[in-house]
Design a protein around this ligand. Structure first.
Ligand code: NAP
Ligand code: MG
Length: 406
């Protein structure tokens, strides 16, 4: 069979540890045999980030901006232990944070659902996608511990020296204090990314905040979303037969629990942090969560939601067998290749991505899976495969599906 040709390069961001091992296996077994891969390769492995003083991360994000689509392997975010382990010059920042800052994007996380791995919430039939605003609020806060009586005020000093003040609290006893901010521009980008992604995936969009209590802060989020929806998106949503729905966060949580899924839930930064962990555990496994960073001007970076699976990597290095789940990383590749196919008008590439995802799902539904899934599967006959054999089993299913089509 002739390999599928690509037009524009895919930006490839390699990573660390066990996911770096899976990365190579996926390329050899599931990509190279079928696609004449055109990629611009950036090695975001920690050693190379350290050698380049992290310039490679910045270069890769700029390439993502230039070409539009990237696929990223999980990477180590250095901490004190990693400083020693890798003899780092500096405690380099999280690559995901750096890339997100350059692309100004929103992260969408969605579970991959398969028969046999049932959500803990019985009524959920379709995936729920979480969109998390990734700027500001409590993540860029200033905090104080108050240890004596006094008055806390919010003071804004304008460039011309004029002040706007407002009393927060008159402390008589010890307590705590916090200040935080957000920017209209960032909220607007967040809104556009969400509306675009809803149109892209033809799913309804929900957004919720606590605007009844936070009458200025959260209300600004609500107002910006509503304005952008009316001005730029209402007509397109109607044409696509999807809806935008705003409600209070408490109401949203109650509705999500009673829904059947199949929508995007846009969350402020903290809500998204918490709710994405709830959604992924409720759907069964972190190893089955996909993640895509979408910028307001239409750039995409696909990855798995999990980390580098360090514990498995140490086993692998000792020569022990591992059974690491590669599904989310495979879907990062298929997601990126499908998007490339759509943008460059290469229907064979889109068809490849669809069929490869089907092959993954059929393989698992047929009872062949890695250990993490075997532990939670409700199927009666399950075969546990090691990391490499699972990927080979997916290839065999892909060949079968291709044979069936002719
Ligand atoms: P992790 O790599 O997500 O793994 C945590 C645990 O979850 C694993 O030990 C494993 O459990 C299970 N697990 C996760 N993915 C799995 C998979 N694909 N197959 C099977 N089991 C899986 O998180 P971590 O160990 O906390 O972090 C390791 C490194 O990843 C850190 O250096 C962190 O900085 C980095 N990280 C990167 C990203 C990213 O690049 N997007 C995200 C998060 C973390 P068992 O050990 O019980 O089998
Ligand atoms: Mg979290």
């Amino acid at each position: 069979m002739e390999k599928i040709k690509m037009k524009t390069p895919l930006v490839e961001m390699d990573g660390d540890e066990m996911t770096r091992i899976l990365w190579r296996m996926i390329k050899e077994e599931l990509i190279y045999p079928y696609i004449d891969l055109k990629s611009e390769y950036y090695d975001l492995g920690l050693e190379h980030r350290n050698e380049t003083n992290d310039q490679v991360t910045i270069d890769s994000a700029n390439a993502n901006k230039k070409y539009g689509v990237a696929v990223k392997c999980a990477t180590i975010t250095p901490n004190a232990a990693r400083m020693e382990e890798y003899h780092l010059k500096e405690m380099w920042k999280s690559p995901n944070g750096t890339i997100r800052a350059i692309l100004d994007g929103t992260v969408f996380r969605a579970p991959i659902t398969v028969k046999g791995i049932e959500p803990y919430v019985r009524c959920w039939k379709k995936p729920i996608t979480i969109a998390r605003h990734a700027y500001g609020d409590v993540y860029k806060n200033t905090e104080m511990v108050i240890d004596r009586p006094g008055k806390a005020e919010l003071v804004f000093t304008a460039e011309d020296g004029s002040e706007t003040r407002s009393t927060i609290f008159e402390f008589q006893r010890p307590g705590v204090l916090q200040g935080m901010h957000n920017l209209d521009g960032s909220i607007e980008s967040f809104a556009r990314s969400c509306f675009n992604y809803a149109l892209d995936t033809k799913q309804d969009l929900w957004f919720a905040t606590k605007d009844t209590i936070s009458k200025k802060y959260d209300h600004t989020f609500k107002d910006i979303f509503q304005r952008i929806f009316e001005e730029e998106y209402r007509a397109r949503f109607e044409a696509a037969h999807i809806t935008y729905f705003y409600t209070l966060i408490d109401d949203a949580v109650a509705r999500v629990m009673k829904s059947e899924g199949g929508f995007i839930w846009a969350c402020k930064n903290y809500d998204g942090d918490v709710m994405s962990d709830m959604i992924s555990s409720a759907f069964g496994s972190l190893a089955m969560m996909t993640s895509v960073l979408v910028s307001p001007d239409g750039n995409y970076e696909y990855e798995a939601a999990h980390g580098t699976v360090q514990r498995h990597y140490y086993k692998y290095r000792k020569g022990e067998e591992t059974s690491t789940n590669s599904v989310a990383t495979i879907f990062a590749w298929t997601g990126a290749l499908r998007k490339r196919g759509e943008l460059d008008d290469i229907p064979e590439l889109v068809a490849y991505a669809d069929r490869m995802e089907q092959a993954v799902i059929h393989t698992i539904e047929g009872g062949k899976m890695t250990k993490d899934l075997a532990l939670i599967s409700s199927l009666e006959h399950v075969t546990v495969l090691n990391s490499e054999d699972f990927i080979k089993a997916v290839r065999a299913t892909y060949e079968e599906l291709s044979g069936a089509v002719g």
